[in-house]
Design a protein around this ligand. Structure first.
Ligand code: A3P
Length: 335
């Protein structure tokens, strides 16, 4: 079903750290399944970079049972997954703010390939999904080629969130330092991103494949930038996609609940437990000693925050990366 080819190069050696050891290039031996929508059948041979712990769960995910009333939120990492999950869960659960505060987002909306995406996390995230009560809410960063085959026949609702490359890469760099345990220079991380060596790479094909699916009835493609520009409008769009209807006060309450300050203060979705786990598990002793404990998973929460820290050379190279990958598509990364 899959071919796994170990990747070993200087760019990867520089960024490998406790949370992401041993990278593999994953390809499908027989291409995409025959029920895959026509728009994806463009003869390109897809691959995705994953880490070693993904190998034992790849086939289990591919063969996983899918239900029509599942709701999937899929993104490339750091594109607004958590924000969107909280919105989708509340819209799909009669705006039950009380329950949302009681149960963590990880419990309400688990991450299907978690154990295959963070080396030392332990557990079995695929079994956790199988045990979930219906309707299931599922988070994933998987590219289309690694989704369960039944996605294409059962057609559950999928909400894909994209984000401009420079902010996504910058946010991912902070995630690498503070969750994955990386403590090298930012430039090495950017090089690994730009050369499609990072987990879930290539970024552009990840986004473009879901963008090609945007007109499928069961797929909604939204962007982090749209959410920042007009959260209320995106809430209404997602609500109608989920076939839900709410009055103005309920929508107002959700807009407030989803603000960056409110979510940062909300223990059920601010991932404090994950950050704490990462500090204890992935940080070097030197890092533990000098850590200021200031990192919050919900960090700056802005569009364009790359400007504070990406130098002009990398701005140009990321712009170039986007330009090359979107040649021939009407899609524009700058939204
Ligand atoms: P930054 O690191 O740029 O601040 P993910 O959930 O996919 O890991 O994405 C994390 C990014 O979404 C982080 O971006 C985080 O701050 C941002 N984010 C999370 N909740 C948010 C909210 N309520 N409003 C705006 N941005 C939010």
């Amino acid at each position: 079903m899959f071919q796994f080819e170990k990747i070993s190069n200087e760019l990867l050696r520089r960024i490998e750290c406790p949370g992401t050891e041993k990278h593999y290039k994953v390809t499908l031996c027989n291409g995409l399944p025959k029920f895959t929508p026509e728009v994806l059948k463009d003869n390109s041979s897809r691959f995705s970079v994953m880490i070693e712990t993904f190998l034992p769960i790849a086939e289990r995910i591919k063969k996983m049972e899918v239900f029509k009333d599942d709701v999937w939120v899929i993104t490339f990492p750091k594109c607004g997954t958590t924000w969107t999950q909280e919105m989708v869960w509340l819209l799909n659960n009669e705006m039950n703010f009380e329950r949302a505060r009681k149960l963590s987002l990880e419990e309400r909306f688990p991450f299907v390939e978690l154990t295959g995406a963070l080396s030392l996390i332990g557990g079995d995230s695929v079994s956790d999904i199988v045990r979930l009560p219906k309707p299931r809410h599922i988070k994933s960063h998987l590219p289309v080629m690694l989704l369960p085959d039944q996605i294409w026949t059962v057609k559950p609702k999928i909400i894909y969130v994209s984000r401009n490359t420079k902010d996504a890469a910058t946010s991912f760099y902070h995630h690498y330092c503070n969750i994955v345990g990386y403590d090298g220079p930012k430039e090495h991380f950017y090089e690994a991103f730009l050369s499609d060596n990072l987990i879930y790479a290539p970024f552009s094909e990840h986004v473009l494949d879901y963008w090609k699916l945007r007109n499928e009835d069961n797929v909604l493609f939204i962007t982090y930038e749209q959410m920042k520009r007009n959260l209320r409008q995106v809430i209404l769009t997602v609500s109608s996609f989920l076939e839900k209807s709410y009055n103005d006060q309920e929508i107002d309450a959700l807009v407030g609940h989803l603000s960056v300050d409110s979510m940062r203060a909300n223990k059920s979705c601010n991932m404090d437990a994950l950050v704490e786990w990462a500090r204890n598990t992935n940080y070097s002793d030197a890092r533990k000693k000098n850590d200021s404990n200031e990192f919050r998973f919900i960090r700056s929460g802005k569009v364009g925050s790359y400007r504070d820290e990406m130098n002009q050379e990398y701005v140009t190279r990321f712009d170039d990366y986007e330009r090359k990958m979107t040649i021939g598509y009407s899609f524009d990364f700058n939204f």
